[in-house]
Design a protein around this ligand. Sequence first.
Ligand SMILES: [Mg+2]
Length: 255
Amino acid sequence: MELRTALATLAATDHLLVATDFDGVMAPLVEHADQARPLPEAAAALRSLAAVPRTSTALISGRALDSLRRAASPEPETLLVGSHGAETWTGPNAAPLQLTPEQAELLARARTAVTSVAQDAPGCWVEDKPAGVVLHTRSAPDDVASAAVDAARARLGELDGVQVTDGKRVLEVSVVHTSKGEGIRALRELTGATAVFFAGDDVTDERGFEALESEDVGIKIGPGDTAAPFRVDSPAEFAAVLEHLLELRRAAVEN
Ligand SMILES: [Mg+2]
């Protein structure tokens, strides 16, 4: 099926959930994550979709919620899932993430392990998240990066209960076992969506594509193996898809 046909069918659903990854999808990838900003066309389309009746919007990101808010400046209607599903913001009354004492202790040990690896690996650095820790290797030479990832995996293998996931030049460590697929399932239930649109560009987004059902539409941005039935090349092309979906959805809701 063509993407246009699939979008037209999707837009006619009773309650639509439009969920998208942020980095590499809404926003072009940049060297420094702090500088990532959504393409204006994509941000405007998502904002307008949020205002359409029977339509919910969400950002599902690997970023911690704080970092996602800073980079994306989402409108208050947009639901947020951060840290690959470990953090969720569903409105003003949403409960913040609370780690059990065991999870907090495990996180401290994981942080120590990853930090000691990064200290010996020039160009690698560590990001703290509320439920995890991330080894960033984007600025390191390839051999240093892969040795650091191997060393971190070995150290973390000694810790029972940590979830370790590969991303693009990052190693994600979480003490809350979750995924973007879990995030989509939770949002589907919360919003009562009858169909879901989901877009992503990274390995961790594959869990999201796998959580899609037959009436949903999944789009992979850029190259790489994917379970998504559709693909576009760039965030700019994705912005055009969102704008098209907005048009179709407005027309469908008016009828
Ligand atoms: Mg991404």
